[in-house]
Design a protein around this ligand. Sequence first.
Ligand code: SF4
Length: 368
Amino acid sequence: MMKDNGIRHLYVHVPFCRTICFYCDFCRTVYTEQTAAKWLDALEQELFLKDIRVPQETVYIGGGTPTCLMPEQLDRLLGMLDKYCGENCEYTIEVNPETMTEEKAEILARHGINRASIGYQTSDEKMLRLMNRHHIAGDVRRTMELLRSRGIDNLSLDIMYSLPGQTLEDLQKSVMDALDMEPSHLSLYSLTIEEHTVFAKRGYQPCDEELEADMYEWIVRTLEARGYEQYEISNFARDGLYSKHNTAYWEYRNFHGVSMGASGKASGFRYDNTKDLKAYLSDPLKREIIPLSETDEMFEMVMMGLRMKHGMSLKRFEECFGRSFVSVYEKQLEKLTGLNMIVLDDGHVRCTTEGYEILNTVLEEFLD
Ligand code: SF4
């Protein structure tokens, strides 16, 4: 079983949204004040019952839409989490621009939030309506101003591409509009149409693969030219402001996941908390445990690590499993280095530029 010293990363899932985006298959439900109040009671109980070390190195409040809570509820949520967030904690919250107000920005700052991940998606208003999102690019700008005025200036924007009917020029405009707002970090995800979403029911399709590849190539080239370092396959940061919380996932560290719909990881298993609101309210510890063999954990560490530009630490692999990466994956290493897809470099195994372009194919080799 993998060794990992303590758990220092906490994910908290807020399962409410004001409206539901037509492409979304996350664990979320439409917000009502009463349901959110009951959910807060259950969360308080879950935190009380769980043994979570204080303080954590990173705390990430995601969703759903955490900022759709009423100000008093947001204050209560953050009050419950105060003790987990020490002085040097990276404390992130996901923000939906249509739900941000001065009062909420003030609450976030008061509780020490120091990073926000904002759902921008695109600046194309027609596309936003098609996605059933109820903000415009101006709301994102206003949200960033509100947060910055309270000293929260590590701001990331989420952008989606390969949207139905989107052209390369549309995507370029969206990205350039985002860059005008000078975020410190950008996450770019291509749309996948998931079963049971409104997009799937309406028969929408993402862009064709060739256009999607052109979009990705343009994104990487443009962002790097504008001073954003690609440090992970979908993530870019200025001034080294990587997401520490997400980096913990990519380094395959153990983490707590609290609230309904959250997942967590400990040595030897992963768990998925119930996605059923009623079940969560009656038993906030209800979860499914997925055991992981050592082979599973080794593969997952490689899979996550190779997503990062600098790759996976060989030292960490050996510390976790008591065996070297080179001895476990000798065959794959020989084949993939021979094909110039991966290299051992500076204590890490990482993809070459060619390997990074076909990351999934490289990872398949490690499945054997
Ligand atoms: S805001 Fe996020 S979680 Fe909520 S419906 Fe939209 S995509 Fe899903």
